[in-house]
Each structure stands twice: as structure tokens, then as C-alpha cells.
Design a protein around this ligand. Structure first.
Ligand code: 6PG
Length: 482
């Protein structure tokens, strides 16, 4: 029996992907650095299945059909390079290595080039959906050597989640690091959604004094409407979960949020490309602040400002909170698509944004009903520069705006921090302001550093300098922008 594909790295995601492939009719060879894991797996969860356990990389490679397809599910970073280095002498031209971890897209671009130079193919495939998704249908975002797609596409599309009439949530994304880039941005949006939901939870708890069961009920109800999404669904379940002693689990989880880097990379890339992804950045920084637990405890004793329940009509306020959460999801998603658009241009990836929205409709962590609207928006206009300009988005956000403002106002008055929800509103107001205060920034820059400015009454591209103090020189710095 020879294997259609091989997988290295039998942690939970790796194991589940193998079982998913096997279930879909593929023979899979497996290898793991700690060999006992291979034996445990083939004699345990994979017992009696078309899974070939191997005990050396040589044996692993020898079991694979040509061109060999090797999927690597190890921790992002050096471990991926090490595995590639060990595999290279054993593989031949035309073979394919697929990295299914959350690798940094620049690493994937580099690895693709290095392997292509050796006549091999490399694919960086973002895989989303956690353990459950890996087993029953993840969203898969592959990019790298285009030639690999016809060899791996049938396997990936078979194991991916399906939406609508069985359309798989897996399409070829683009060259180099495009697949991992799209997965990185998926995770960035995941950060803003998680944080925005956490903010709504905190508003209900601190501001409205609601119990876990009540909050769980609200999230369950929201999941039946426009907010329908995996993250809202699991939040409802989390809030009502009790342990064996009958205690709510949520109440004893330490309020320090971890992160593995994909949100940070999204923000780094956004800074590099000059695209505001303000909700993701607030979400990343909120995790950083959450981690400074000791400082927060200390500060809470110094800054004893407002910390009081809201004086609002609960039912009305919950509607407002719903709208502010929904608008935040939409704005974050719009920003993320603008970012992918900028990255697509910068790195010359021919990304099909409707296909990205489609891949995110099922299987992945950010799956939600509004992704269907995003899919339709890009189908209607593939060159849409900002989803906020799509009719669905603009009308939904405008409808949410009054409630969104009431939530931001009430939380600010009562001293409850909602950085993602409030920065979403600031972005919206900034975007819809045809004139803004940046003229003053230009004046300040010109005052202290002769950085020059453009004028409203002159053509763009002409730069002017004012001698603000009357004793400045006539030299000014060159006008350039990063
Ligand atoms: C997914 C998830 C997955 C993982 C995150 C968690 O799409 O299945 O995004 O990739 O859960 O990487 O990231 P943090 O540890 O940074 O929250």
C-alpha cells in the first residue's frame, strides 16, 4: 500500500487532518519525531485505518506515491526549516512540501523560492478550524508554487469544510506567502472578534450586572440573527459551562490572554503597508494589557475613577450592544480586506477576494453569516476598494451607528474599556469625514521641521513651507512619504 500523502507532526491538528484525509479515501503515511506517538496513533485512533506508521524519514518518504506530497504540521519557525532540511536529500524534483502551520508569510515566500530553485514545490497552507475543523472539515488557504495545486487540490478540497451546494472552503490563494498571509489576516480578524465579544460580555457583566446564564442567553439569541457566527455560538456555550462542583468555569479563568503572534504580524504588516487595521491592533494591545495583570491590580487602587453600573434601559441597551458588536465585526472585516488588497498589490499576488470570503464562510474560526454578504459584494465588484463602500455594508453600519454611539458614550461615562468597539466607531467617523484635522499635523510638522505641506487651493504634488516664527530659514526638508 503506498500513500497518497504523508503527514509529519502528530499533535492534535496533525492527527485529525490524517483521520479526515483517511475518511475521504486517501491513504496517509505518518511520521513524528517522538516515535512513540506514531505507534500510539496507529494502534489507537488510527487502528484499522489506511494509515501507515513509519519510524524514520527514509521509511516515511519511501511509502509515498510520486510526486510525493508531504504535509508538515509542526510549530511555526525553525522547526519548519529543520524538517525541510532533513527532507530535502530524500525528495526528488517535482515533489511537494506543504507547511500547514501558522507560519509567517515572509518565511513561506522564502521557502517557496528556495524549494523552487531546487526543482521542488512548496505550499504554505493556512488551516483554520481548530481540532474539530481539522477532523470534520477545516478552511484551507493554500499558496506557494502554483504547479502544486493540481496535485494537492483534490485532497485539500475533499477534506475541507463545504458550504452551500457542497462548495469546498479551499481555493488556491496565490504565489509565495499568499496563503499564509490570508490565514494571518483571518487570525487578525479573529483577534478583533474575540476581543469585541469579550468587551460585550464585560459590558453586560460590569455595566448591566447580568449573570452568566443571562449573558449566555443573550449570545444564544444573537446567534440566531445577524451575528450568527462560530465565535458567538461558542461564547454562549462557554458562559453557561459549569464544572463538576457546579461552578461556572469562566469565573475562575485568569484574565490574561495569550497570543502566538498572528495578530501581531497582521498589525506589523498593516503598519508596513500603511493600512489602518485599528480593530486588530486594539485587540492585540488589549491582550498585551490583559497580560500586565499586576500593573492593572496596582493601578486599580490608584485610579478610582468611575466604575459604576449603567443607568440605562437594559433591553434597549442590549439592542445597542448587539449593533455595536455587529458593526465592529463588519468594520474589522472591511479593514482586513483592505489590508489584503494592499498586500496583493505589494507582493503581486492575484488574490480573488470573493474566493477568500468564500473560504471563510465555513470551517474556520471566523465563519459567520456576514461572510456570505462579503462574498456577494466581491462577486458584484471584484475591484471593490473598501467593503464599507458596498451597499450592504454601508447601510448596515449606518443603521447600527446610533446604538453604537450610545454604547461608546455609556461605557466611557462609566469607565468600562471597550477598545475594539470604540476604535471601530472612530474609524467609521474618520472614514466618513471628508475633511479632518490632519492640516494641523502638517502645520506642526512644517513649523518644527520644515517638512512642507500641500495646499487645498493648489494642485496636489506642490509643496509649500511657511516661515512660522519669522526667523526661520528658507531651506526646508524634502517632501517624501514612507
Ligand atoms: C484557527 C486558529 C488557530 C489558532 C490561533 C490561536 O484558525 O484555527 O486561528 O490558528 O487557534 O493561532 O492564536 P493565538 O494563540 O494567537 O490566539
Amino acid at each position: 500500500m503506498s500513500a497518497d500523502i504523508g503527514l509529519i507532526g502528530l499533535a492534535v491538528m496533525g492527527e485529525n487532518l490524517v483521520l479526515n484525509m483517511e475518511k475521504n479515501g486517501f491513504v496517509v503515511a505518518v511520521f513524528n519525531r517522538t516515535l512513540s506517538k506514531v505507534d500510539d496513533f496507529v494502534n489507537g485512533r488510527a487502528k484499522g485505518l489506511k494509515v501507515i506508521g513509519t519510524h524514520s524519514l527514509e521509511e516515511f518518504v519511501s511509502k509515498l506515491k510520486k510526486p510525493r506530497r508531504v504535509m508538515v504540521m509542526v510549530r511555526a519557525g525553525d522547526a519548519v526549516d529543520k524538517i525541510i532540511e532533513m527532507l530535502l536529500p530524500l525528495l526528488s524534483k517535482g515533489d511537494i512540501i506543504i507547511d500547514g502551520g501558522n507560519s509567517y508569510f515572509e518565511d513561506t515566500t522564502r521557502r517557496t523560492k528556495e524549494l523552487e530553485a531546487k526543482g521542488m514545490m512548496f505550499v504554505g497552507a493556512g488551516v483554520s478550524g481548530g481540532e474539530e475543523g481539522a477532523l470534520n472539515g477545516p478552511s484551507i488557504m493554500p499558496g506557494g508554487t502554483k504547479g502544486a495545486w493540481k496535485e494537492i487540490g483534490p485532497i485539500f478540497q475533499a477534506i475541507a469544510a463545504k458550504v452551500k451546494e457542497g462548495v469546498p472552503c479551499c481555493e488556491w490563494v496565490g504565489d509565495g506567502g499568499a496563503g499564509h498571509y490570508v490565514k494571518m489576516v483571518h487570525n487578525g480578524h479573529e483577534y478583533s472578534c474575540c476581543q469585541a465579544i469579550a468587551e460585550a460580555y464585560w459590558v453586560m457583566k460590569e455595566g448591566l450586572g447580568m449573570s452568566n446564564e443571562e449573558m449566555s442567553g443573550v449570545f444564544s439569541e444573537w446567534n440566531l440573527g445577524k451575528l450568527e457566527s462560530y465565535l458567538i455560538e461558542i461564547t454562549a456555550q462557554i458562559l453557561s459551562k459549569k464544572d463538576e462542583q457546579g461552578t461556572y468555569v469562566i469565573d475562575y479563568i485568569l484574565d490574561k490572554a495569550g497570543q502566538k503572534g498572528t495578530g501581531k504580524w497582521t498589525v506589523m504588516s498593516a503598519l508596513e503597508l500603511g493600512v489602518p487595521v485599528t480593530l486588530v491592533s486594539e485587540a492585540v494591545f488589549a491582550r498585551c494589557l490583559s497580560y500586565q495583570k499586576e500593573d492593572r491590580v496596582f493601578a486599580s487602587n490608584i485610579f478610582t475613577g468611575p466604575r459604576e453600573p449603567f443607568k440605562v434601559d437594559q433591553k434597549q441597551f442590549l439592542n445597542d450592544l448587539h449593533d455595536s458588536l455587529y458593526a465592529s465585526f463588519l468594520v474589522s472585516c472591511a479593514q482586513c480586506f483592505v489590508l489584503m488588497g494592499a498586500a496583493g498589490s505589494r507582493y503581486k499576488w492575484d488574490i480573488d477576494y470573493a474566493a477568500v470570503a468564500h473560504m471563510w464562510r465555513g470551517g474556520c474560526i471566523i465563519r459567520s453569516s456576514y461572510l456570505e454578504n462579503i462574498f456577494q459584494a466581491f462577486q458584484l465588484n471584484p475591484a471593490l476598494s473598501n467593503l464599507m463602500f458596498d451597499h450592504f455594508f454601508s447601510s448596515e453600519i449606518q443603521k447600527c451607528s446610533p446604538g453604537w454611539r450610545r454604547v461608546v458614550a455609556a461605557t466611557s461615562k462609566s469607565g468600562v474599556a471597550i477598545p475594539v468597539i470604540s476604535s471601530g466607531l472612530s474609524y467609521y467617523d474618520g472614514l466618513r469625514a471628508a475633511s479632518g484635522p490632519a492640516n494641523l499635523i502638517q502645520a506642526q510638522r512644517d513649523y518644527f521641521g520644515a517638512h512642507t505641506y500641500e495646499r487645498l487651493d493648489r494642485n496636489a504634488g506642490q509643496y509649500f513651507h511657511t516661515d512660522w516664527t519669522g526667523h526661520g530659514g528658507s531651506t526646508h526638508s524634502q517632501a517624501y512619504n514612507i
